[in-house]
Design a protein around this ligand. Structure first.
Ligand code: ZN
Length: 194
């Protein structure tokens, strides 16, 4: 990076006869009125209902909530088993048992926010597996002359290793694609049904 000290002629110049847009912080934007107005403003309007909101947002809280509910409702709904792990799309919380869900609703959510446990917007979780190792890891490292012999051996070893890897219970979960209703529950464990 080029060094410019404060006393250098390049650090700043005295200009006359310039015109253009300057934002509320004093930055000059030339003819770009839109950029100057955007930079100099503190608030904007909700793009849906036009109420005044923080500049960093595009929707107000009500419109954001409505669009999140819409997106949630577009998910396919499935039944769930008693031992499934669930995630609340609304409150960003994981539940590992039915008791967890009821306790959370009683202790952490006000009655005003929760008419039914389905207001938690529950999503069925999927187990997170460790990333498998692909043969590309050694791309460019194997000599082309020997790779025809080595690759099948390496691939066999990787297949075995990845099979073992996929059997490791990471105890990690992530929200999957499906939504569930708290009340559409099958009262047996999923492990007995697979
Ligand atoms: Zn709005």
């Amino acid at each position: 990076m080029k060094i410019i000290k404060k006393d250098s002629d390049e650090a700043a110049t005295y200009r006359t006869n310039i015109s253009g847009w300057v934002d509320s912080h004093g930055y000059f934007y030339g003819e770009d009125e839109e950029a100057a107005r955007r930079a100099g403003s503190t608030h904007s309007e909700c793009s849906n209902c036009f109420v005044i909101i923080e500049k960093s947002d595009t929707l107000c809280d009500d419109c954001k909530e409505r669009s999140e509910i819409e997106r949630y409702n577009k998910r396919e709904k499935v039944e769930w088993y008693r031992d499934d792990v669930l995630y609340s799309d609304k409150y960003n919380v994981y539940f590992f048992s039915i008791r967890d869900i009821i306790t959370y609703a009683n202790d952490s959510v006000s009655e005003f926010d929760l008419y039914s446990l389905d207001d938690l917007r529950l999503i069925l979780c999927e187990k997170v597996f460790l990333r498998n190792i692909e043969i590309d890891l050694w791309w460019g490292e194997l000599d082309e002359d020997v790779s025809d012999d080595v690759i099948p051996i390496l691939q066999d070893a990787l297949d075995d290793f990845n099979t073992d890897l996929n059997e490791i219970d990471t105890k990690l979960w992530e929200p999957g694609a499906y939504r569930v209703s708290f009340y559409d529950r099958i009262d047996t464990d999923r492990v007995n049904n697979d």
